[in-house]
Design a protein around this ligand. Structure first.
Ligand code: BJW
Length: 263
């Protein structure tokens, strides 16, 4: 299917859909200047060993290294801006919410960078947590990053523990409330878009199947093929920062020709 035909198809789904779920991964933030994980040359895991940085074992072995790494990641995330892909998703949400109400669109993101929210998205579930919140390893008490002083690595907590980022490392459970909210959105979704994720990390990798079983149309937007490419109805290859604005422009064109449906 050509790119413009694919965009047309997804746009026509969005015109009809009352509930949309978008699953995003690191690729959505790549055009803002943040590294993905698994890209062969530029990905973080091409340069660093995930088992040395993104597990609780790594933090227990070398809390200084892991704290410094996440502090560096935070500094990068803070210094970049949401890109046209983030903004187009925010636009998609307000367009759908205007037509069908608050629950019409949910972004489930694996990203910890906060760029969807800064780009204007409101209903965002951060299933792998956020780099903007940290918590005490002893009490679990959370503190916004702005309250922490990064003048010692690792950062001692007020309760005799250490402060760690509220992100989900390999082998850790996802936040139960984020999982619950994700499943609820997946059960009712009519369109599921997988954008900028390699689709290999569980449980997020299974969300597309849950949506499909719930009857959703499925599409993928990615620079490359993924394990989902063959099973989605529409696969668009390219940069999300270019495709998503084109998709929203097409949605608006089609909507101008078609009267809005009642919710
Ligand atoms: C573009 C683009 C552009 C580029 N436009 N596209 C065997 C042993 C141990 C565990 C497991 C196991 N088998 C399964 C597991 C479970 C494990 C897992 O799935 N492992 C697999 C890797 C095998 N999962 C877990 O452990 C999860 N917890 C869990 O399952 O709990 C239950 C349990 C408990 C105990 C034991 C077993 C199970 C937790 C997973 C947590 C993942 N954490 C990380 C780090 C978070 C913090 C941080 O950011 O540092 O999350 S890992 C990393 O991968 C990060 C990401 O959110 C996640 C997904 O990556 P993502 O976003 O897809 O990025 P990439 O780089 O992979 O892909 C980018 C894509 O974008 C590419 O396709 C590009 O082509 C594309 N792209 N530019 C469009 N401009």
């Amino acid at each position: 299917m050509s790119a413009s035909k694919g965009i047309d198809t997804i746009a026509s789904w969005l015109l009809e859909a009352r509930s949309v779920v978008v699953l995003t991964g690191a690729g959505v933030s790549a055009e803002s200047g943040l590294s993905t994980f698994r890209d062969k040359e530029e990905g973080l895991w091409a340069k660093y060993d995930p088992m040395e940085l993104a597990t609780i074992g790594a933090f227990e072995r070398d809390p200084e290294l892991v704290t410094r790494w996440y502090h560096w990641r935070f500094t990068k995330a803070k210094d970049v801006q949401p890109n046209p892909g983030h903004r187009a998703l925010a636009e998609m949400e307000s367009w759908l919410v205007d037509r069908h109400g608050d629950h019409a669109m949910t972004v489930i993101t694996q990203n910890i960078d906060g760029l969807h929210q800064r780009g204007g998205s409101r209903r965002v579930i951060e299933i792998h947590g956020s780099i903007h919140r940290w918590r005490c390893t002893k009490t679990g008490e959370e503190r916004p990053l702005a309250e922490l002083r990064f003048d010692a690595f690792p950062i001692p907590s007020a309760h005799g523990g250490l402060m760690r980022p509220c992100v989900v490392w390999f082998g850790e459970m996802l936040p139960p409330e984020a999982l619950e909210a994700s499943f609820a959105a997946l059960q009712r979704c009519e369109v599921f878009l997988s954008i900028g994720t390699s689709g290999v990390v569980q449980p997020a990798a299974s969300f597309i199947e849950i949506a499909r079983e719930a009857g959703a149309r499925t599409a993928e937007i990615n620079k490359e093929t993924t394990p989902n490419t063959d099973s989605v109805e529409v696969a668009l290859f390219g940069q999300s920062g270019q495709i998503l604005p084109a998709l929203m422009a097409r949605v608006r064109e089609l909507a101008a020709d078609a009267p809005a449906r009642d919710t």
